[in-house]
Structures are given as C-alpha cells and as structure tokens.
Design a protein around this ligand. Structure first.
Ligand code: S3P
Length: 175
C-alpha cells in the first residue's frame, strides 16, 4: 500500500500547485489543508485570523491534520505553519513521506506579494523582513523532512519529477 506524500514548506514555496500536479502524476487524491479548513469553517483563512485569531486557526488546522493523516494514497499540502505543532508532524510522519519545498527569501516575497491572502505577512510593514524572520525562526522545523526540493527558478514539471525520483528511491513509488 502506498503511503501518503506530505508537502511542507514556507508560504509561497508552491505546496498547493505542486501538490495538485504531483497527485495527478501519481494517481493519488489531493488534499490541501488550508482549503479543507476553509470548507469546514465556511470562510477564508484571512477571515478566520481576523475574526477568531491565530489560536483558533491552529486548532482547526490540527483537526484537519488528524483527518488528513487518516487518508491513504493522498498528496497532502500543508500550510506553512503546520510544522509548528510537534503532534501534527508526528501524525503526518506516520502517514507518509515528508517532502519540504524550499525557496529563497526573494522568491518567497515575489510569490506572496498579493495582499489579503496571508495574514501573518500582511500585518508587518516590511514584508521582506517579515518573511526573512519567520523563515529563520522555522528553519529547524522544516528540516524535519525526508527530502528537500528547491523550487527557485524551476518549472513545476522539474520539481514534480524530482519528488517522484525521491519517492522511487525510497520505495514509495514503483515503476
Ligand atoms: C501560514 C501559512 C498559510 C496559512 C496561514 C498560516 C503560516 O498557508 O496556513 O495563513 O503560518 O505560515 P500557505 O503556506 O499555504 O500560504
């Protein structure tokens, strides 16, 4: 039985778009945690942060992880902060291979420049500094992955193929 594939990484590293692509390449289901939470809560992530606060969001995220980790043959795209909770990581690790997508600060700033989508970045005046600081503070958490894939200046196809190579090497994927 194939294990899940869990994508972790900072905001703007492409977890959702690569996750969708990878799922169709593998013939797996796709589950995006942020989207799952939005469907459950009936509102968008920025509204959840604004109306109920980050702690409420993290609790909803934890429930979503529990549900996601019980799935099979699924590519799970996490949110950038899912890694902060050790129990989330333990559950996800038991459910599958953990792949971390990486990107440098400039790439992340460019990819997350749209306002109104990422409450943790919107509340800071200096976006570049906010990205750099948050990324640094989470570095050791992202390092828990089994495999790291650089997404700077690379096509979605290249990134997806690199993940597939890793999965084949570690016996998660045949053929
Ligand atoms: C967050 C990342 C977001 C979303 C929320 C919090 C974070 O997901 O879960 O805004 O703490 O890094 P993406 O990584 O998909 O943007």
């Amino acid at each position: 039985m194939a294990r899940n594939v869990v994508l972790i990484g900072f905001m703007g590293t492409g977890k959702t778009s690569i996750g969708k692509r990878l799922a169709s390449r593998l013939g797996f289901a796709f589950l995006d945690l942020d989207q799952f939470i939005e469907e459950r809560e009936g509102c968008k992530i920025p509204e959840i942060f604004a109306g109920r606060g980050e702690a409420y969001f993290r609790a909803a995220e934890k429930k979503a992880v529990e549900e996601a980790a019980s799935r099979k043959n699924t590519v799970i795209a996490t949110g950038g902060g899912t890694v902060k909770d050790p129990e989330n990581m333990e559950r996800l690790r038991r459910s599958g291979a953990i792949v971390c997508l990486t990107a440098d600060v400039d790439t992340i700033v460019a990819r997350t420049s749209r306002r109104g989508e990422r409450p943790l970045l919107d509340r800071s005046g200096d976006r570049r500094q906010a990205v750099a600081e948050l990324l640094e503070s989470r570095r050791s958490l992202y390092e828990q992955a089994d495999c790291f894939v650089d997404t700077n200046n690379r096509s979605p196809l290249e990134i997806t193929e690199e993940i597939c190579h890793f999965l084949k090497r570690e016996g998660n994927l045949h053929g």
